[in-house]
Design a protein around this ligand. Structure first.
Ligand code: ZN
Length: 182
């Protein structure tokens, strides 16, 4: 079944079943599933408290901040758009470094034109995907928006809310990034 055949929303019990099947799929995928995981599958399958716990989890999911990386399940077009923006950023960065090394003096407009030319060629000629090393170590993709600055997580491509400064936005991405480490 293709993505286009999937509904935008599910009833509570349908969503519960989907969560159960996801766990079942994952247990089947693991060669030696952890005991805790098997117990969790049994809990979803038959525990008397499961429905109350499920409703509580749904309430929590509805109330939590949408920038949580768990809720950033990007559809493919949205992801492609974010990857392209990051490519533009990486190419622009590289051009600035190269121009600096070769002592070439260009205006920001000229940099933008060159960046657009290179990235549109890359975009039409190659299949590529984001890799965290596109961003220099310790640096974070940030950009100005109405009401502040946003940053993008280099791992899951989640975006920060608008934050007052570039530094606070960059810090958001670094803190968020750390949540992927465990
Ligand atoms: Zn992330």
């Amino acid at each position: 079944m293709g993505d286009e055949a999937l509904p935008r929303g599910l009833a509570l019990d349908q969503a519960f079943r989907a969560a159960y099947f996801m766990t079942e799929q994952y247990v089947a995928l693991e060669r030696e599933p952890d005991t805790g995981l098997v117990l969790y599958e049994q809990y979803l399958h038959s525990d008397p408290a499961r429905w109350d716990d499920w409703k509580q989890a749904v309430r929590r999911a509805l109330s939590e901040d949408a920038t949580d990386h768990l809720s950033e399940n990007l559809d493919r077009d949205e992801r492609a758009r974010r990857v392209l923006e990051l490519l533009i950023d990486a190419v622009s960065d590289e051009l600035h470094v190269a121009a600096g090394m070769c002592d070439i003096d260009l205006s920001e407009q000229q940099f933008d034109n060159l960046t657009a030319a290179v990235t549109s060629r890359l975009d039409s000629a190659f299949d590529f995907d984001w890799a965290p090393h596109w961003v220099r170590p310790g640096s974070v993709h940030t950009w100005p928006v109405e009401g502040g600055v946003r940053s993008r997580c280099g791992t899951c491509l989640a975006d920060s809310p608008p934050l007052p400064q570039k530094e606070t936005a960059a810090q958001w991405a670094k803190d968020h990034e750390a949540s992927h480490a465990h």
